[in-house]
Design a protein around this ligand. Structure first.
Ligand code: FES
Ligand code: FES
Length: 149
């Protein structure tokens, strides 16, 4: 099976029914994508598939062959973090950080499709990402700061 992850081509012999999250973490060592609920309900495992935020825990590897997969590790370019990563750091939009990878990937997807979202649009787009530490106001603020810049 051919996978394109963060611009790198991988030829893997894996069961096509395996979840993308499992392959990212166990076969490719990309552990920035987190396992939360395992059933599509928390957003911790969010990655981009052809630019769209996708729950990797409920996405079979067989369905993403040949598609562009981007994980949190793929956002940094030439040693520089993505502007959303920078905003999360600047605003301290973390506590334990377990949700952060999925939050950031969802935010990237949102701002790619809507570069200047309203606060309501941010809340609606991020609604499926759960933060057990309750850092939601800071996350919205971080995304808003990027949209204004
Ligand atoms: S681990 Fe995938 S949505 Fe929760
Ligand atoms: S910062 Fe802990 S779950 Fe979000």
């Amino acid at each position: 099976m051919i996978l394109y992850v963060n611009g790198v081509k991988h030829d893997l012999s894996v069961d096509p029914d395996l979840e993308l999250l499992t392959v990212l973490r166990n076969n490719l060592g990309l552990t920035g994508t987190k396992y939360g609920c395992g059933e599509g309900a928390c957003g911790a495992c969010t990655v981009l598939i052809n630019g769209h935020a996708t729950r990797s825990c409920i996405t079979s590897i067989g369905s993403v062959g040949g598609k562009a997969i981007t994980t949190i590790e793929g956002l940094e370019k030439n040693g520089s973090l993505h502007k959303i990563q920078m905003a999360f750091l600047a605003i301290d939009a973390f506590q334990c950080s377990f949700c952060a990878s999925g939050m950031i990937m969802s935010a990237v997807s949102l701002l790619d499709s809507n570069p200047v979202p309203s606060e309501d649009a941010i809340i609606k787009a991020m609604n499926g990402n759960i933060c057990r530490c309750g850092t939601y106001p800071y996350i919205v603020k971080a995304i808003h700061s990027v949209s204004k810049s």
